[in-house]
Design a protein around this ligand. Structure first.
Ligand code: HEC
Length: 110
């Protein structure tokens, strides 16, 4: 089950890594170890959203003022929207949950 997903996972991580993960922390998405939403966010999302979620590059929204519910965020991150890719091909469902929980912690009004 895990091996099936590993190849496309690293292909995509590799693409993302070219521009902004100098420390090459691709191993975060490996099946072992605790889920660190903040670290996943830094690997996958800061390209467009910035570390604090406010960057808004290439039409990305300021995540700190997002009015979406947790459920809506899970769907949006899983399926992608506009310039944002579908992360269900990159992260496992529990990783998407961890990253969404981190996004929600960035908001001024939880
Ligand atoms: C390639 C740039 C890019 C990356 C990388 C990216 N996003 Fe986005 N994100 C966008 C864009 C563009 C939108 C606006 C989509 C739209 O509404 O058309 C968006 C919107 C969102 C929204 C909805 C905000 C709202 O209130 O409408 C959430 C939540 C979000 N992104 C979370 C994430 C998370 C979590 C990650 C990392 C797993 C991530 N994004 C990575 C570009 C990106």
């Amino acid at each position: 089950m895990i091996t099936m997903r590993t190849a496309p996972l690293f292909a995509i991580l590799g693409l993302l890594a070219c521009s902004s993960t100098p420390d090459g922390t691709a191993s975060t998405s490996a099946s072992s170890g605790p889920l660190d939403g903040a670290k996943l966010f830094q690997m996958q999302c800061t390209l467009c959203h910035g570390r604090d979620g406010k960057l808004g590059l290439s039409g990305a929204k300021d995540l700190t003022v997002s009015a979406l519910t947790r459920e809506q965020m899970l769907l949006l991150v899983s399926n992608g929207k506009g310039a944002m890719m579908p992360y269900k091909s990159v992260m496992r469902p529990e990783e998407i949950e961890a990253v969404v929980d981190h996004v929600r912690s960035l908001r001024a009004t939880p």
